[in-house]
Write a protein that binds this ligand. Structure first.
Ligand code: ADE
Length: 229
């Protein structure tokens, strides 16, 4: 998979893809993230990418010309399955959406900044609008990193143990059960005995019970929707 991210603050995206699982995904040739600086597509010599909003009001708006130039340049090189705009008024991001996106080949993600982008960008180019939650970030960059991370780790063979993505919270409408590692006793606090028993079926059963209990207590909304009745 290839993910192209368009931003006017590329420095914000320098680190997230250079470590750990996402770095390994890149090294294994499974996922590549390419960050594009919107300023390089500015149509004037001041490298301007934003301007005052027509009609007045506080805050700058990202201009359509540099965005159109950048998107068209990328589109001339490959076909994109989705051109995503990160925005708090988009569709709420979920594990289900991450699963769907992980099956695509080429994604483009546009990050908003300041007051957002000229509405005509959304009408003309964007195929999907995503919010990562009901709060406002200073720009779409951190949100884009969240989406890219959640998607890339689901690509087959990115995680060394294939089953570990399948047992994530939300994957089966259940929160993940508690996990423990050595030591078996810490300051008198013991690991549940069943986990030390080596009895696989009993351990699976315990984990399922715990996952259900956790979901019921912490996310009654998920419990009601998928498990009740
Ligand atoms: N840009 C600013 N806030 C955002 C949010 N909550 N989700 C996605 N993009 C954003």
């Amino acid at each position: 998979m290839r993910i192209d991210i368009i931003t006017c603050v590329p420095k914000l995206l320098e680190s997230p893809f250079s470590h750990s699982i996402l770095l390994r995904a890149y090294q294994k040739g499974l996922a590549e993230v390419v960050v594009h600086d919107l300023r390089e597509y500015s149509v004037n010599k001041h490298k301007q990418v934003d301007d005052y909003a027509f009609g007045g009001g506080a805050g700058m708006v990202l201009m359509i010309e540099p965005i159109a130039a950048c998107i068209r340049n990328l589109q001339s090189q490959r076909t994109y399955d989705e051109i995503i705009y990160m925005t708090p008024d988009g569709e709420q991001f979920s594990q289900g959406m991450a699963n769907q996106l992980s099956m695509q080949k080429n994604l483009m993600i546009l990050c908003g900044h300041y007051k957002g982008v000229d509405e005509r960008v959304r009408q003309q180019f964007i195929t999907k609008e995503i919010s990562i939650g009901d709060y406002v970030l200073s720009g779409g960059e951190l949100a884009a990193a969240v989406v890219a991370d959640a998607v890339i780790r689901l690509i087959p063979n990115v995680l060394s143990d294939e089953t570990s993505a399948l047992t994530d919270s939300f994957q089966d409408h259940l929160l993940a059960p508690p996990v423990y590692t050595r030591p078996a006793v810490f300051e008198g606090m013991e690991v549940p005995e069943v986990l030390l028993s080596g009895h696989e079926a009993k351990i699976d059963d315990w984990r399922f019970q715990q996952a259900q209990q956790r979901t019921k207590q912490r996310r009654p909304d998920i419990w009601e929707k998928h498990w009740k009745g």
